[in-house]
Design a protein around this ligand. Structure first.
Ligand SMILES: Cc1ncc(COP(=O)(O)O)c(C=O)c1O
Length: 459
């Protein structure tokens, strides 16, 4: 088995030969830095002093350009639920390549994926495809504005929804700028936002705090077009929705005539009917991305037919315009269909059990080593958060957490032990994995945490 081989080679560290100055990675990165700002196209790609470069992936194993194999617990930031080079997805892509990669005309493959999604998610009566989660969020917000005739939106503190201006607010607030707990400040999380975004256009809500949300809704509810919420927000540390909180959001948004958007770009991983199938909430619109594309670029908005009708061109110019040269392209459609089709309720149940094994085993490692940290998440998603405070909202994961540099050290040590997660602690499982991979992760974690606490943190 692949994992046995990897265990033999990297047990006790030694996988990080990419850090040697004469490595292929070092050479590539030096050139990349000359050509691209910071050497990268995507913020996540970078980790100091430079990232590993992927050569290839198969199943749960990723091989870097220096020939080192590691188990991939990140899977293109959770997008590859079947790991790398899944045979059915690959076959679907190859067959589509023969027929053509993209057309000015729609294809049967677009209809097939639309049918699958509408049949799977009860709140989705109709769907519109886009190219990324960011585009899907952008379109959902525009739909909400056009439907309500209002402009302002509300989002939760610490929640990430991509890089559209109106959601690049308060996903990385810090104690010195986040303001009162019951009325969080709107803080820009990126440069380049229009002044009005932070000043007027976005209201920031505290997650799981019904009383505070009630107060803010009393004051601002009638001016809001949308409330956007991720039922299980990665960036906020995966706080689980408190009993009844999502139902309350449903009720209060309905009361004020606000469109409730669930962002399930990541959390759609949680089950056959997505996060809403697991936690409830019955949104008006849902945004999708990542796993729905089977490894190719994708995004989508789905939801109530009367809201989606704003995109309908059959009765004259639609009220909301959305285009995208590659929206609904058949390569993403067939890859997505092949990925989704393999995700049966039984497959989700197996991933859930593996996820539980990883999170509870990981928490046991932290308890045994005395490191104040925890594994959060649900289903096939997990995140290492460096605090033992119960995670009810974004602030709980930040308030007393160890500095981000410690998490980066742990990330690097895990790489050295043959395990890939994100440098901010995010990780996920893929269907090729089994208990051996999870146990490999746990053994690697134990050694990495021992090295971290012993202060021998430079692999
Ligand atoms: C919850 C959530 N929404 C939206 C996005 C944006 O998706 P994309 O990166 O495909 O633009 C992300 C990306 O990580 C996400 O995690």
């Amino acid at each position: 088995m692949l994992t046995e081989g990897i265990r033999g080679r990297v047990s006790g560290g030694g996988a990080n030969r990419f850090l040697a100055p004469d490595s292929e990675t070092a050479r590539l990165y030096e050139e990349a830095r000359r050509l691209m700002p910071g050497g990268t196209s995507r913020l996540h790609y970078y980790s100091a002093p430079y990232p590993i470069y992927a050569r290839s992936g198969k199943g749960q194993v990723l091989t870097d350009v220096d020939g080192v194999e590691r188990i991939d617990f990140l899977n293109n930031m959770t997008a590859l639920i079947h790991g790398h080079a899944n045979p059915r997805i690959n076959q679907a892509i190859v067959e589509q390549l023969e027929r053509g990669t993209a057309f000015s005309e729609p294809t049967p493959e677009e209809v097939a994926l639309a049918r699958l999604m509408v049949e799977r998610v009860p709140s989705v009566e109709q769907i519109r495809f886009a190219n990324s989660g960011t585009e899907a969020v952008m379109l959902a917000i525009k739909l909400a504005r056009a439907f309500t005739g209002r402009s302002r939106i509300a989002k939760f503190e610490g929640f990430y929804h991509g890089y559209y201006d109106y959601v690049q607010v308060s996903f990385s607030s810090t104690p010195d700028n986040w303001g009162p707990v019951d009325a969080p400040a709107a803080v820009p999380s990126s440069g380049g936002l229009a002044d009005s975004v932070v000043r007027e256009d976005v209201l920031v809500l505290p997650f799981n705090d019904r009383e505070a949300v009630e107060g803010l809704m009393d004051r601002h509810g009638r001016s809001l077009a949308a409330v956007i919420c991720d039922p299980l927000s990665n960036r906020a540390g995966f706080p689980r929705p408190a009993e009844g909180f999502l139902d309350y959001l449903r009720q209060v948004t309905r009361h004020y005539g606000i469109v409730l958007i669930f962002d399930e770009v990541i959390s759609f991983r949680l089950g056959y009917h997505g996060a809403q199938g697991k936690y409830g909430g019955d949104p008006d619109l849902t945004t999708f991305g990542k796993i729905m594309g089977g490894g190719l670029p994708i995004g989508a908005v789905g939801g109530r037919a009367d809201i989606m009708a704003l995109l309908d061109p059959t009765q004259g110019p639609p009220r909301v315009l959305s285009g995208g040269t590659f929206s609904g392209n058949p390569l993403s459609m067939v890859a997505g269909y092949a990925a989704m089709e393999q995700l049966t309720p039984e497959v989700y149940a197996r991933l859930d059990a593996l996820g539980e094994r990883l999170r509870s085993g990981g928490n046991a490692v932290f308890r045994a080593t005395g490191e104040p940290a925890q594994f959060s998440g649900d289903g096939s998603l997990f995140r290492i958060v460096l605090t033992d405070e119960p995670l009810t909202d974004y602030r709980a994961g930040v308030r007393r957490a160890k500095p981000a540099t410690r998490l980066s050290q742990l990330h690097r040590l895990l790489l050295d032990e043959g395990v890939i997660i994100a440098r901010d602690g995010l990780g996920c499982l893929s269907t090729p994995m089994d208990e051996t991979d999870v146990d490999f992760f746990l053994a690697a974690l134990e050694r990495a945490v021992e090295r971290l606490t012993a202060g021998t943190a430079s692999p």
